[in-house]
Ligand binder design. Structure first.
Ligand code: 5GP
Length: 146
């Protein structure tokens, strides 16, 4: 998928918002939803999306929706920091398949990073914290800081 195209109402994040597939929720407000990535790049890898914008990428998103998403990114990043104590936090957002985008509902990644750890994005989950029980336990820890 390139930068141009139509919003697919059945993309995986639209289905999460509709409650049709499960997700490990961290935070939700009127406009945004934050949840743990199912294939985490590191412990605490989370995603934040708009609940109402049909933007596929940064070029399409309404400034208001972007502000709402980034305000939630800031909030959730703080809770993740408190919960998992990273040395750094990577905030990332990909636009178009050649840039690494695989889900075409705009989303912002929050990826905790540690000194000496991997910095890039891999096609596979990193570490042993991707199973459902581990994600749920981690979400409890992060939510306790919100
Ligand atoms: P992108 O490469 O499009 O920026 O990132 C999409 C992200 O969504 C990937 O990190 C991928 O692991 C995550 N993802 C894909 N499908 C699901 C899903 O069903 N649930 C969750 N929680 N994350 C997903």
């Amino acid at each position: 998928m390139s930068l141009d195209g139509r919003y697919d109402e059945s993309n995986v994040f639209a289905l999460i918002l509709q409650g049709k597939i499960p997700s490990t929720k961290l935070y939700e407000d009127e406009h945004t939803y934050a949840f743990l990535d199912i294939q985490p790049q590191s412990k605490g890898h989370a995603l934040v999306i708009s609940k109402w914008s049909k933007a596929r990428n940064i070029l399409e998103i309404e400034p208001e929706a972007l502000c709402q998403v980034m305000a939630s990114v800031r909030k959730v990043a703080g809770a993740i920091r408190a919960a998992v104590q990273p040395d750094g936090i990577h905030i990332a957002q990909f636009n178009g398949a050649p840039a690494g985008q695989t889900v075409f509902h705009l989303h912002v990644h929050i990826v905790p990073r540690w000194e000496g750890g991997p910095m890039g994005f891999s096609a596979h989950a990193q570490g042993d914290f991707a199973d459902a029980d581990a994600l749920n336990a981690l979400a409890d820890e992060i939510r306790a800081h919100l």
